[in-house]
Ligand binder design. Sequence first.
Ligand SMILES: [Fe+2]
Length: 308
Amino acid sequence: MTDSPLATATAQILRAEQQPGQKPVIKTFFDEATFTASHVVHDPLTKTAAIIDSVLDYEASSGRTSHATAEQIVAYVKAEGLSVAWQLETHAHADHLSAAPWLQEQVGGKLGIGAAITHVQEVFGKIFNAGTQFARDGSQFDHLFHDGETFKIGALEAIALHVPGHTPADMAFIIGDAAFIGDTLFMPDYGTARADFPGGDARMLYRSIHRLLKLPCATRLFLCHDYKAPGRDTFAWETTVGAERAHNIHVHEGVTEDSFVQMRTTRDATLSLPTLIMPSVQINIRGGHMPEPEDNGVSYIKIPINTL
Ligand SMILES: [Fe+2]
């Protein structure tokens, strides 16, 4: 069966490799507190930009948010004279809060996420007993992307691919010749993302990863996280399809679906939940907005006891 979104993505990447104007400029901001790589990608011709997977600083002990990390992005956008068309989320993150609403106030841009966010909202809406005022239709976002949907960032061609597994709503955004693949693959020496959150599925993750690994070898991959593999002492967030195929410790060529599922499931059973999962999920399924304030004007984060 032909995978036409993948064929479209491949054709876009090959075109971009031939035309210097179709190569995006990418600047990454790495947040060491949450090990998150936020990317600002722009079209050099029109200076139109997208901000991918931004981070709102959050102090768990006090429940206070701040913007020092996101302010670096605003400063860069202003210094480069960029006009922000999109704030993109590769998925509803469980380990950091999104700064997208705050960034929208500062520099604009439509907030986009995968259409299956409605499924994630359903699952976590139940877990957090969110009540009927919490809409589970994705309406907190400006745009819901479907598999194979093409869009533009200035003159750059872009396409969204649905790559579920880590969560049901993960998307890869391919912009020119660069793919922003969220939490599917990590650096080759670190492996792959966990697949045990509610709605996650190791088998689905393997299939999504293999879809990405069919892209041209030279495709630049930009990751959402890095945790420094043992023996490596600097953070890294950029690799290629070819390097992942040859060297990824979990899914290099020759690793079968069943052996991956076995490895992933066994490993996931040993992992504790991310420190910020409670605030992250409740805020990120609301498009980065805080839960509706209570009658004293304060927003609260819930913690379900003996549930997750
Ligand atoms: Fe994630």
